[in-house]
Structure formats: structure tokens, C-alpha cells
Design a protein around this ligand. Structure first.
Ligand SMILES: Cc1cc2nc3c(=O)[nH]c(=O)nc-3n(C[C@H](O)[C@H](O)[C@H](O)COP(=O)(O)O)c2cc1C
Length: 206
């Protein structure tokens, strides 16, 4: 492999990382997608780093009619979180409708090794989810990690089949985008880095 090939590969990877985007549910087509693509995403997730190779990520994939399990669970969780006057039937229906707006919902679980610092296990799990999202983007699939109080509620964790050792940290929903690929921006990396070195010459990356 030449230096040119290496530079080209790095530029393509950076481009993939920059173009990974989170999609709103309304911007996805609810029609089914090939589940082999989800398999590719999860294979990428499984190659995340973890200290001591604990591999703490756990996933449950919901598609087709199986989404009724999480639809009902979202409704129950909404009701549990909004007792009495706070309850709105319309808001409950909106929660129940969400799983039908994207063809695949992946429950995101982390099973931290008690012998390790929990923060390390959570970071390893986050890397795994990010790997999956990067492959989704490369496959031109839209996705988003959703992690609100409803979708992470213990009633939802029980419904997806996670035992007490596994923390439900949200869902990654996945589907084909209906419109344009969204764009985004970041504040410059220079705001977040201090270079304790004198050798660098290109100011835009300092
Ligand atoms: C751990 C985690 C949890 C997230 N939870 C939510 C969420 O609950 N709702 C939401 O709209 N976006 C959520 N996001 C997505 C972020 O809003 C999104 O990554 C951010 O706006 C940057 O947009 P981008 O992913 O298109 O670059 C989450 C992202 C991460 C990493």
C-alpha cells in the first residue's frame, strides 16, 4: 500500500465520519429494509474497543410486527411517567406510534463488567453504537440514537428482555431516508485542543 493509498483511505474515513447524521423519525421511510444491513451494522458494533475485551454491548433488534412489543412498552412507560393530571391520551398515542415510523428499532444495552470502572464500559458501549451508525451511514441508511425517559424506562427494559445486569440506554432506529441527506456543523476542533508542541505548521488544524 502506498502513502497515497493510505492518505486516500484516511480522507474517505474522515468523510464518512463527517457525513454520519442523526435522522428525525419523520424523515425516514417506514417500509422494511434488508435485515442483512442491520447485521452489517452490528458486526461493526462488535469490533469496538473495550478495556480487557469485556465487550459489554448488548442489542435486541425489533422489526415488522415485533415492534408492537416496544410500541406497547412505550405507551406503558409514558403512562407511568405521567400520572394523574400530567397524563395525555394524545401524547401516549404519539409514543406508541413511534416504533411504526422506522422499520427497525435496535434496543441498546450495556452490561458493565463489575470488575471494571463503569465509565470505561459505557464508553466502550458508546463506541460500539457509533460504529453501527457509521456503517448505517455508509449504507445510506438513516438512524438516530434516542435515549429519553420513555424509551429507557425500566418497563421498556423488561419488555425488550434485559435482565437486571443490562442497562437499557435507548434505541437506535434505522430506515431509508425519504429526503435529502441532512447536513450539520461542529465548532472548530481548535476550540477544544491545546497543542503543547511547536512543530506544527498548518494553523487551521492547530
Ligand atoms: C448517547 C446519545 C444519546 C442521544 N439521545 C438523543 C435523544 O434522546 N433525542 C435526540 O433527538 N437525539 C439524541 N441523540 C442524537 C444527538 O441529538 C445528535 O447526535 C446530535 O444532535 C448531533 O447530530 P448528528 O448525530 O447528526 O451529528 C443522542 C446521541 C447520543 C450520542
Amino acid at each position: 500500500m502506498t502513502a497515497h493509498d493510505v492518505a486516500g483511505g484516511s480522507a474517505r474515513l474522515l468523510n464518512s465520519i463527517r457525513s454520519r447524521r442523526s435522522f428525525k423519525l419523520k424523515d425516514l421511510d417506514p417500509d422494511p429494509i434488508d435485515l442483512d444491513l442491520i447485521g452489517e451494522m452490528l458486526e461493526a458494533a462488535n469490533w469496538a474497543p473495550s478495556h480487557g475485551k469485556t465487550e459489554p454491548w448488548r442489542f435486541v433488534v425489533f422489526s415488522g410486527d415485533q415492534r408492537s412489543t416496544i410500541s406497547e412498552a412505550f405507551g406503558h412507560a409514558y403512562r407511568a411517567l405521567n400520572p394523574g393530571a400530567a397524563f395525555s391520551g394524545e401524547a401516549q398515542t404519539a409514543q406508541e406510534r413511534k416504533p411504526w415510523m422506522a422499520p427497525v428499532w435496535i434496543a441498546l444495552g450495556v452490561d458493565p463488567d463489575p470488575a471494571r470502572p463503569e465509565w470505561e464500559e459505557l464508553i466502550a458501549f458508546g463506541c460500539a453504537v457509533h460504529n453501527a451508525q457509521l456503517v448505517a451511514s455508509a449504507l445510506r441508511l438513516g438512524s438516530k440514537w434516542t435515549s429519553g425517559a420513555v424509551v429507557t424506562h425500566p418497563l421498556v427494559a423488561a419488555a425488550v428482555g434485559f435482565g437486571p445486569a443490562t442497562q437499557l440506554r435507548g434505541f437506535l432506529y434505522v430506515g431509508r431516508p425519504v429526503g435529502e441527506w441532512p447536513t450539520s456543523a461542529r465548532r472548530p476542533i481548535s476550540e477544544k485542543v491545546r497543542w503543547m508542541s511547536t512543530e506544527r505548521s498548518s494553523p487551521e488544524t492547530q
